[in-house]
Write a protein that binds this ligand. Structure first.
Ligand code: TYD
Ligand code: MG
Length: 456
């Protein structure tokens, strides 16, 4: 008889302890440790199953059918870009995102696109009834596509259903937090359940060459709720993000065993579901008033894709003892650094001024290459002089005031030219790359030179 024992599992990070604690020592979360049963566990644990010898294969002997991962294109170009060129057969993906961001909408659209291409596609919802999923599909104009729908939360039932017919090309499970398996005794949504359910489903996918898409909700601090453990089990983790105030959504890959990470796909949420945005720069620059002081266009890079983004700064006389610094879409510490460099190396003073910085369109920029554009916006707002409307900026600023080169200057310049810009300020070091993309490019070694040019 399998011996029943209990263990204490942190619901935030999955760490296991022998006794209950108020705070998880592994991730520091309070009140996240819950007692869970470990009867037998998934795969039976160290039980009495007969052992069989494994087989090792030389790497060089693995050519032939594994030359290239076989992929299925979904037909949604933005989704295929993020997965690295289509869904890989037998792989598992996790799509995370805040509730209501549009995960179910995206996946029902992908499922219907694949089904229309003749691939067997199954959409299993643990959150909505079949009727609800159908209503949504009708609203999206997809009701005619041959997607198989099911409302099911038991892993054993799902596997029995799937094993009954030929294996589908794509199975979507919405969401992983609603699944439960008899293999584990804990309630649905706990780490043990989520891990055991995901394991069973991933095993099915690998065995039958089915692509498995797991949907996961994300907590407010940006982690896939509870089951971060699942991230290690799947081949790719995609995040679907956006904010309530804007219509567009960004699908971002943070882990991908079959493609590049940091790749993004841009969608727009419309009354008829998500539509793809093939030219996001035009979207983000859409309503720019180009002759206002404090606005600079940053030629950025998201994954392999160049993206033009407007940076807005407002520098205003402060009435407070400690002037205000407020940032949306960029790093607060980075703004303080740029202000300090401008003060110390270029003699531009902000100590009597409130500084507000905003990345237009609600985007979040993580790239240090935005430093130069931020500095340009700040100096322009302080001086009240608008920057040239047809100019882009990129370059990383170091504490010494030097402007460091950034990656892929050429594709940034090309994107700028495509959108009608004809002038660029960039790091001196990037001029060596050659091509100017048809723009008038000025290379800058120091931030001081740039400030002098602006005020000249
Ligand atoms: P949903 O896909 O249910 O989000 P998730 O699965 O991530 O929780 O998306 C729900 C939101 O999308 C909802 O607030 C309404 C909006 N929406 C539209 O604006 N247009 C549409 O055509 C659809 C289907 C949803
Ligand atoms: Mg949903």
């Amino acid at each position: 008889m399998a011996r029943r024992s209990t263990q204490f599992v942190c619901q935030s990070c999955g760490a296991v302890t022998a006794k209950w604690q108020g705070r998880c020592e592994s991730c520091g979360e309070w009140n996240s440790i819950v007692e869970e049963q470990t009867a037998g566990g998934v795969g039976g644990g160290p039980g009495k199953a007969p052992r069989s010898k494994g087989r090792v294969i030389p790497l060089v002997g693995l050519t032939g059918d594994t030359k290239e991962a076989p992929r299925i294109l979904s037909g949604l170009a933005e989704l295929d870009r993020v997965t690295g060129g289509g869904f890989v057969r037998g792989s598992a993906l996790l799509v995370g995102g805040d509730p209501g961001i549009g995960k179910s909408t995206l996946l029902i659209q992908a499922a219907s696109a694949l089904a229309n291409l003749g691939h067997k596609t199954v959409y299993i919802s643990g959150e909505e009834a079949v009727g609800q999923v159908r209503l949504r599909a009708e609203r999206l104009g997809l009701a005619a596509s041959p997607v198989a729908l099911a409302a099911e939360t038991s892993v054993e039932d799902i596997l029995a259903t799937l094993e009954a017919g030929p294996p589908p090309a794509l199975v979507i499970l919405d969401s992983i937090q609603t699944l439960w398996t008899e293999q584990a005794d804990s309630p649905p949504g706990t780490v043990t359940q989520v891990r055991a359910s995901a394991q069973a489903m991933v095993r099915y996918a690998k065995k039958h060459g089915t692509t498995l898409v797991l949907v996961g909700h994300v907590t407010k601090d940006g982690q896939i709720a509870g089951p971060r453990v699942v991230e290690h089990m799947v081949d790719a983790v995609l995040y679907f993000e956006g904010d309530g105030a804007h219509q567009y959504r960004i699908l971002r890959s943070v882990k991908n065993r079959f493609g590049a990470t940091d790749e993004i796909g841009v969608f727009e949420m419309t009354g008829k579901g998500l539509s793809e945005v093939a030219n996001p720069s035009a979207l983000f620059l859409g309503d720019r008033t180009s002759n206002a002081p404090g606005s600079a266009v940053f030629a950025g890079l998201e994954g392999s894709r160049p993206l033009l983004i407007e940076i807005q700064a407002l520098v205003a006389q402060s009435s407070l003892g400690t002037p205000r610094r407020a940032v949306i879409g960029w790093d607060n510490a980075r703004l303080s650094m740029i202000l300090a460099v401008l003060e110390a190396r270029c003699g531009v003073r902000f100590s009597q001024h409130d500084v507000y910085l905003n990345v237009a369109g609600g985007l979040k920029i993580a790239e240090p290459g935005a430093d130069l554009a931020v500095a340009a916006a700040l100096v322009s707002s302080l001086s009240g002089l608008a920057l040239p409307a047809n100019c882009v900026y990129f370059g990383e600023v170091s504490l010494s005031g030097a402007i460091r080169p950034v990656a892929q200057a050429q594709s940034r310049l090309k994107e700028a030219q495509k959108l009608g810009f004809d002038q660029a300020y960039c790091p001196d070091g990037n001029l060596k790359d050659g091509a100017s993309g048809g723009l008038r490019v000025t290379g800058l070694p120091e931030l001081g030179d740039f400030v002098a040019k602006l005020s000249a």
